[in-house]
Design a protein around this ligand. Structure first.
Ligand code: SF4
Length: 385
């Protein structure tokens, strides 16, 4: 039987570098775009044998800002991937930025099979967007929704971040209300809400350290988390994963595959893969990546951080990934799959987390995070690593 496989494509180009960004993305390498796309296509084609044998279940084009580059490049990538896709109804997502979208681009994406759009909104407040170095404003977002509506797009996801400089509880409250107001009319079916991470090498880190900007206290941050959770859940956005909310049936299939420990191949600079129990990440050196894939420079390797997971690693990782989901772990299915008794083998870890109110066992059938566990999942992961 063909193995299921998800595909991730990394487009590392952006209009400018957001102040909090720690991703592999470049705002000063546009001259490499054409060679990069050719390299990426070569990398995909070098996996032709595997792609022909597998059943591709989802495609996700992320970045960076995929919508920043000319849509002809996205068409080129998709025309190659589509050669290996046997089911045209699979989820195909592209990340878009509100100020890099045109009607023609969206039409191009759709004609190549894209059926899900993930908008990097982050905040609805222009002042907040400015303070984190985003290149768009709220009006750009409204315009993007208008274009998507004109193209009859039925599956839209938004990314939000909290806490952010100058974002207080009352502004956040208004933000969520505006999004919920827009959601029904505009087919917003999925909302990812990420907790801001301040990385040392970023401009935001500097601005916070030097007190040019401030964030709310931990208590207020916790109130924000509760506000987001209650407002979204009250409006049918089910928190199906720690940071993700969806209208029933619109959970991200691509991300569900990650959390269910399915196989995936990532193409592009810094893209990660998990295939036949091996994890690896491509180099984050774009010149090296291009040299390897475009010039066939076989004297270098672009695969880094290659880790072969043994059975025990797989089991532990499976627990951590599956617990991210509200549905948790079906104990019997887990035991049958891995031929262990999870409640015996991880008794100490599970007991400790239950004692702290972070894990619960429902009717001896399901092991899952509690509501508190959803908010303090890191403590649970520490027990299982
Ligand atoms: S758009 Fe995304 S990838 Fe690009 S700089 Fe901003 S946060 Fe980073």
């Amino acid at each position: 039987m063909n193995k299921d496989l998800a595909i991730y494509i990394h487009i590392p180009f952006c209009i400018n570098k957001c102040y909090y960004c720690d991703f592999i993305s470049f705002d000063n390498k546009d001259e490499l775009i054409s060679n990069y796309i050719d390299s990426l296509c070569n990398e995909i084609l070098s996996y032709s044998d595997i792609l022909s044998e597998c059943n591709i279940t989802s495609i996700y084009i992320g970045g960076g800002t995929p919508s920043y580059i000319d849509s002809k490049y996205i068409s080129k990538i998709l025309s190659i991937l589509n050669l290996f896709v046997t089911n045209n109804d699979i989820e195909k997502t592209i990340e878009i930025n509100p100020n890099s979208i045109t009607l023609d681009k969206i039409k191009d994406y759709i004609s190549n099979g894209i059926n899900r759009f993930s908008i990097g909104l982050q905040s609805t407040h222009d002042e907040v967007l400015k303070l984190i170095g985003r290149s768009h404003n709220y009006n750009d977002f409204l315009n993007t929704l208008k274009i998507l509506k004109e193209c009859n797009v039925s599956n839209i996801s938004l990314d939000l971040i909290y806490p952010l400089p100058n974002l207080n509880l009352s502004l956040l409250d208004k933000s969520i209300d505006s999004i919920l107001d827009l959601s029904k009319e505009n087919n917003i079916k999925h909302i990812s809400v990420y907790n801001l991470e301040v990385h040392e090498n970023t401009k935001l880190h500097f601005l916070l350290k030097e007190n040019f900007l401030n964030l709310v206290s931990e208590d207020e941050e916790y109130e924000m988390k509760n506000l987001i959770n209650s407002k979204l859940e009250d409006n049918n956005f089910n928190r199906y994963e720690i940071s993700n909310y969806a209208i029933k049936g619109y959970e991200s299939k691509h991300n569900l595959n990650y959390w269910k420990q399915g196989m995936y191949l990532g193409f592009g600079v810094a893209a990660s893969s998990f295939f036949n129990n091996t994890r690896y990440t491509n180099t984050n050196d774009i010149n090296k990546y291009i040299d390897f894939n475009l010039n066939n420079n076989s004297s270098i390797s672009i695969k880094e951080e290659v880790i072969d997971l043994d059975d025990y690693d797989i089991i532990k990782e499976n627990i951590i990934l599956a617990l991210r989901l509200k549905e948790g772990i079906n104990i019997q299915e887990f035991n049958n799959k891995f031929k262990i008794d999870i409640l015996k083998q991880f008794k100490n870890e599970i007991d400790k987390c239950i004692h702290k109110g972070l894990l619960e066992i429902e009717n001896n059938i399901i092991l899952r995070l509690t509501n508190k566990g959803f908010d303090f999942a890191n403590i649970v992961w520490q027990e299982f690593v």
